[in-house]
Write a protein that binds this ligand. Structure first.
Ligand code: ATP
Ligand code: MG
Length: 303
């Protein structure tokens, strides 16, 4: 087991930020940690990284307890904090060498060079951190987190503020790292989570409200199935309302409809056959699937 939380709990004064959180994460999983602003994501990540003591409960990283074995936890864990605090006066190269020394690594120079290469920092490596753009500072944070080759990476909003090109590169990097390591990252970009993760955890007001594999998404939440139909002729499309078993039909735009059925009562093939019989010319037909965004909205909209 890579990471295990058992009733991990944090209170700030009389506010409960993280409420008895329990879950387990296996090795080599990429887990998206989601929740609205103030849900308790960063607080959880800080506790797992031994930067903040829990009020109660426990957690372990690669079998090491965060309270009794913090040195071992830090050896097995790399952490990119939210807002990525760095020493702005230091040079990229110099900063990473210092981090390598703190970790007591052998072959420090070679390891730093590898990380600089891996995170695409080669052209910027001789600049001061304060001179770097936000995306490149984020890469320095990632390089710092991966320097000691930890088994678990905790990344708090690693792609926030990146331009579209950098977003793609950093996502590819996270995907690559996730093939061998356990990665837990928080994000507010739902498409990113859907594209990168094996699993999503959603927290709301400090409570775990969803824990699901991305592959299971299409099968959860919905009692109904929705088919999107694009018809060439709006007039004939009104016949869609008479599709067998249809519950209702919503018009989205000219020629574009959402046809809603009870779960398991129809199929794309039978809609296609009906349209052919009724002389409705189809331009597109597809089944809507549940997205991470649907799940997030449904589970975190209640206050
Ligand atoms: N040092 C602190 N003192 C008091 N309250 C705090 C402190 N740090 C966080 N909180 C509160 O705990 C709650 C959870 O905060 P946290 O930063 O963990 O949320 P988050 O899920 O990371 O949100 P975001 O998406 O905005 O980063 C918030 O209500 C926040 O105001
Ligand atoms: Mg946060």
């Amino acid at each position: 087991m890579s990471v295990e939380l058992t009733s991990l709990h944090k209170e700030y004064g009389d506010q409960i930020a993280v409420n008895d959180l329990s879950f387990k994460i296996e090795s080599s999983e990429i887990v998206g940690f989601l929740g609205p602003n103030g849900a308790g994501k960063s607080t959880t990540m800080k506790m797992l990284s031994c930067f903040l003591p829990p009020t109660s409960g426990s957690a372990s990283v690669c079998g090491h307890d965060i309270l009794t074995e913090p040195v071992e936890v830090r050896r097995h864990l790399g952490y990119l904090p939210e807002h990525n605090p760095l020493y702005k006066e230091m040079y990229v190269h110099e900063f990473l060498l210092m981090c390598a020394s703190v970790h007591g690594l052998d072959r420090k120079k070679a390891r730093v060079a590898d990380m600089i290469e891996m995170t695409g920092l080669v052209p910027e490596q001789n600049k001061r951190i304060g001179q770097l753009s936000k995306g490149y500072r984020q890469r320095v944070g990632l390089a710092q987190a991966m320097l000691h080759d930890p088994e678990v990476l905790i990344l708090d909003e690693p792609t926030s503020g990146l331009d579209p090109n950098q977003l793609v590169e950093i996502r590819q990097l996270i995907k690559r790292i996730g093939e061998k390591k356990t990665v837990i990252f928080s994000s507010h970009i739902m498409q990113e989570v859907q594209a990168l993760c094996d699993r999503v955890l959603i927290i709301h007001q400090g409570n775990l409200v969803a824990d699901c594999q991305i592959d299971d998404l299409p099968n959860i939440l919905r009692e109904e199935e929705v088919y999107r139909v694009h018809a060439a002729d709006d007039a004939r499309a009104s016949l869609l309302e008479k599709l067998p078993d249809i519950l209702r039909m919503d018009r989205v735009a000219r020629g574009e409809y959402r046809c809603i059925f009870p779960k398991g009562t129809t199929s794309g093939a039978s809609i296609f056959r009906y349209c052919a019989e009724q002389d409705i010319v189809l331009e597109q037909l597809y089944k809507e699937s549940t997205t991470v965004e649907d799940l997030f909205q449904q589970l975190t909209s209640a206050s």
